[in-house]
Design a protein around this ligand. Sequence first.
Ligand code: HEC
Length: 107
Amino acid sequence: MSQSFTKAMARNIFYGGSLFFILVFLGLSFDTNSSLPERDNRGAITETVAHGKRLWEENNCIGCHTLLGEGAYFAPELGNVYKRLGGKAGIIGFIKSRPAASVSLIS
Ligand code: HEC
């Protein structure tokens, strides 16, 4: 029996491997697409949520903060800040506790 690695063997490994991974890719794509409707939260996007997103993007909050782990690690995570600071009153209290000079920088 010959122990050499022939061109035909290399071709078969190439085609077989390609076919295998194309099938894995198609299977995972189909699985992801079929689970999308359960993960869709489009209905929860209200005008207030959209306004918050605009505010977040226009003022570059992500430049210092993380939101659900996404962003910069300079300032505290804001995903749970509403609960952590005690709701609306806590947020208002935090804003009022800031020195007036630094607030005027944000225009
Ligand atoms: C230049 C960096 C920077 C940017 C940009 C920034 N922040 Fe902050 N933010 C901080 C730092 C630093 C703190 C922590 C201050 C402290 O605790 O005294 C903070 C604290 C906060 C807190 C309180 C968090 C807590 O756990 O006490 C909130 C809420 C907040 N920022 C909201 C925002 C929002 C909303 C934006 C965008 C409009 C924003 N920040 C943009 C640096 C930034």
